[in-house]
Design a binder for this molecule. Structure first.
Ligand code: PLP
Length: 442
């Protein structure tokens, strides 16, 4: 029996039914930006990972610095409990995160770090922090959140509750996730008008005013909503959220799990807006894609207020995993050297240029780039297995969803890698979808 057949007999995959027909490829090896994969029939392919393993593998596979950091920590200890114990990798990581977080001398600094074991868990911790902060401030009724339509914050219950209520999982889990307040999606960056932004401002401000007594905070992905639709919006809208939060005593949580660590062209997407949140969630690229690790950073004020009333009510078994922290420190060390900015610019320019021809396709509704992210939005749902296969034949690994074919290449991608990715996206889209609608260049 092949490995793929054995997988199909027992494993679940993300957002997938347990199915004997699920398309799957076996990864045999990975190095730099390249995955060596094998399909059902035993055919081998070398593909550029245009997904960075879902935003995470920014420095590429088998990165010598990250490998060395993991090996070094393995010879000391891989894990110890974080209750009552501490270690150098966790302390160094907290110091690094605090030093690089969005900052503004006129605002309280993000100075206290909760290490979580996944992005979703960091969102749970952020929500709990906000609720505990309000309770400790004498406002125990404030337990709901204002979230944006089109948002995505993770798959655990609290995180799900603040995801888009239509495209998210509210229909399946209504009883578990009801109760949040949803504001409209901010206008698209490319087409936003003064009037559109003002209208959006009035709607969000109105909701916040009506619900202020029951809201603990506002949660949003700054500047780019990721899994909810790859929607880029004006930085001014992040400043609007900051102002509204301040006006009503709400905790502003910015979820930078996807956008953090340079992906949008600034170290954090909040930096485009010059906004410092009260709580910042990071994850995905934190360990350069090596191990699962995330963090929720909060201001000293929130930490002190919560702690004046008692403990923060969260503490995962694998909190502060030393191996993950050691690799994260190496990854943040690479970022601190500063080359990421040029890398992101080079990749963004390559994608803008390489994807531009897709604008002429009838089936394409929009083409957009922000930082090192490129998005081709189709006018109808993508045939995901067919586009995936067509891209593999062109040497590119993609994972489209809904009507979106998108890429966020590893920062170590060369101009030639980016060209191959863009050509692979365009080629796969026109091969698979040109038969459906006329007028598409072959
Ligand atoms: C991926 C993601 C999450 C969830 O992170 P996991 O590590 O998958 O739990 C939360 N928020 C955003 C914006 C994300 O992109």
């Amino acid at each position: 029996m092949s490995l793929i057949d054995r997988d199909r007999a027992h494993l679940w995959h993300p957002y997938a039914p347990a199915s004997p027909r699920l398309p799957l490829w076996e990864v045999e090896d990975a190095e730099g930006v390249t995955l060596r994969i094998m399909d059902d029939d035993g055919a081998r392919h070398e593909v550029v990972d245009a997904m960075s393993s879902w935003w995470s593998a920014i420095h590429g596979y088998r990165n010598p610095l990250l490998d060395a950091a993991a090996r070094r920590q393995l010879t000391r200890f891989s894990h110890v409990m974080f209750g009552g114990l501490t270690h150098e990798p966790a302390v160094e990581l907290a110091e690094r995160l605090v030093a690089m977080a969005p900052a503004d001398p006129s605002r309280p600094a993000l100075e206290r770090v909760f290490l979580a074991d996944s992005g979703s868990v960091s969102v749970e911790v952020a929500l709990k922090l906000a609720v505990q902060f309000q309770a400790a401030s004498g406002r125990p009724r404030r337990q709901r959140f204002l979230a944006l339509r089109g948002g995505y914050h993770g798959d655990t219950t609290g995180a799900m509750s603040v995801c888009d209520p239509v495209d998210g999982m509210h229909a399946a889990f209504g009883g578990l996730v009801d109760g949040q307040v949803f504001a409209p999606r901010p206008p698209a960056a490319a087409t936003a008008t003064r009037e559109g932004i003002d209208t959006w401002h009035d709607m969000v401000a109105g909701l916040a005013r009506i619900h202020a007594d029951e809201l603990a905070g506002i949660i949003a992905e700054p500047v780019l909503q990721g899994a909810g639709g790859m929607h880029a919006y004006p930085p001014e809208c992040v400043r609007i959220l900051r102002d509204i939060a301040d006006r009503h005593g709400l905790v502003l949580i910015l979820d930078e799990i996807a956008t953090g660590f340079g992906r949008t062209g600034e170290l954090f997407a909040a930096d485009h807006a010059g906004v410092v949140p009260d709580i910042l969630c990071v994850g995905k690229a934190l360990t350069g894609g090596y191990l699962t690790l995330a963090a929720a950073l909060c201001t000293g004020e929130i930490a002190r207020t919560v702690s004046s009333a008692g403990p923060l009510l969260h503490g995962p078994t694998f909190m502060g995993n030393p191996l993950a922290c050691a690799v994260a420190n190496a990854s943040l060390g690479i970022l601190a050297a500063g080359g990421w900015r040029q890398d992101v610019r080079r990749i963004g320019e390559g994608l803008a240029c390489g994807l531009a021809p897709a604008k002429a396709f009838d089936i394409v509704a929009d083409v957009r780039t922000i930082g090192a992210v490129g998005v081709v939005e189709l006018a109808h749902p993508v045939d995901v297995p067919a586009v995936t296969r067509a891209a593999i034949r062109r040497g590119v690994w993609l994972r489209p969803f809904r009507n979106l074919v998108y890429t966020m290449p590893p920062y170590v991608s060369t101009a030639a890698d980016v060209e191959r990715i863009a050509a692979g996206m365009i080629g796969a889209i026109s091969e698979v979808h040109s038969g459906i609608h006329e007028g598409v260049p072959a």
